[in-house]
Write a protein that binds this ligand. Structure first.
Ligand SMILES: C[S@@+](CC[C@H](N)C(=O)[O-])C[C@H]1O[C@@H](n2cnc3c(N)ncnc32)[C@H](O)[C@@H]1O
Length: 264
């Protein structure tokens, strides 16, 4: 497989991602603090997926520039296929296996993958198409295969304010007023209703997320991301904060996971 071939997208187009693809990839890779923070997030998605057998095949859905897919392949020694609807962002993607495709109509046969990972992709769908996307994920997963993901959530009031700030100030990131606003309990219910088992949704992303993960969109955050030492300190604090009951609910997002029921 090689970009940008594949079926014509039939779901929601993301023209704004075509426009910002180069900047998006550049700032996520160029600033050491952003790179470290995103790698920490990717590690959490990989851990939530659970152990994989040697030779496992994983789909990184709505992969963007593919850094999660590359890291996952290196960490787990598995084959990771990166899929995105934007041909422009796939030009920034260095993965060995990649395809242009729509999350609502995946270009793969049933039971093709042992795992599916998604980082910040679901909220760019429309609420009425989320169920179709989850059904496609279940279709391409093997029995007992796992899904894990990160998504921003508005449970904490500061997270909702951050989102409003980005809408008001920046028409940049593809973050739009009509994207899906997730809350952690509802997200878990949605996964269960779609047919996933062993669903877990836990808070993730605190000060490090707010200061380091949006540097492609907000120039004023870039100085924070120039120091690897600062990023490492925030990541260390987040690891402690994640374990503190109640306080950990002040997260800006969630790491979620679920499993396809075994084939009968
Ligand atoms: C916020 S970016 C996340 C990219 C990457 N996962 C990351 O962590 O940087 C969302 C991505 O979803 C892609 N996307 C949006 N709708 C899609 C769809 N229906 N099918 C496939 N990809 C889609 C966009 O092109 C964009 O690259």
């Amino acid at each position: 497989m090689s970009a940008p071939q594949g079926p014509k997208p039939s779901g929601r187009a993301e023209p704004q991602f075509d426009a910002i693809a180069a900047d998006y990839a550049y700032y996520r890779r160029a600033l050491p603090g952003t790179r470290l923070y995103l790698s920490h997030m990717h590690r959490s998605i990989a851990d939530a997926l659970g152990p994989l057998k040697p030779g496992a095949r994983v789909l990184d859905l709505m992969s963007g520039h593919g850094d999660l897919a590359e890291e996952m392949a290196a960490w787990q020694g598995c084959d990771v296929v990166a899929v995105d609807i934007s041909e422009a962002i796939l030009k920034e993607n260095r993965c060995r296996l990649l395809a242009c495709g729509d999350a609502l109509q995946l270009p793969f046969p049933d039971r093709s993958f042992d795992g599916v990972i998604v980082c910040g992709g679901f909220h760019h769908l429309r609420i009425e198409t989320l169920g179709a996307c989850l059904a496609e994920i279940l279709r391409v997963l093997k029995g007992n295969g796992a899904l894990s993901f990160f998504e921003p959530c508005d449970d904490f009031v500061a997270a909702a304010l951050l989102r409003k700030f980005f809408y008001a100030r920046l028409e940049y990131l593809g973050d739009r007023a009509d994207e899906i606003v997730f809350y952690r309990p509802g997200l878990a219910q949605t996964l269960q209703a779609a047919g996933f088992q062993d669903v877990r949704v836990r808070p993730f992303g605190w000060a490090g997320y707010a200061l380091l993960s949006q540097t492609d969109a907000a120039a004023f955050l870039r100085p924070f991301a120039r120091s690897p030492w600062f990023a490492k300190s925030l990541i260390g604090m987040e690891k402690v904060w994640a374990k503190l009951p109640l306080l950990n609910r002040t997260a800006f997002g969630a790491i979620g996971s679920g499993r396809k029921p075994p084939e009968t």
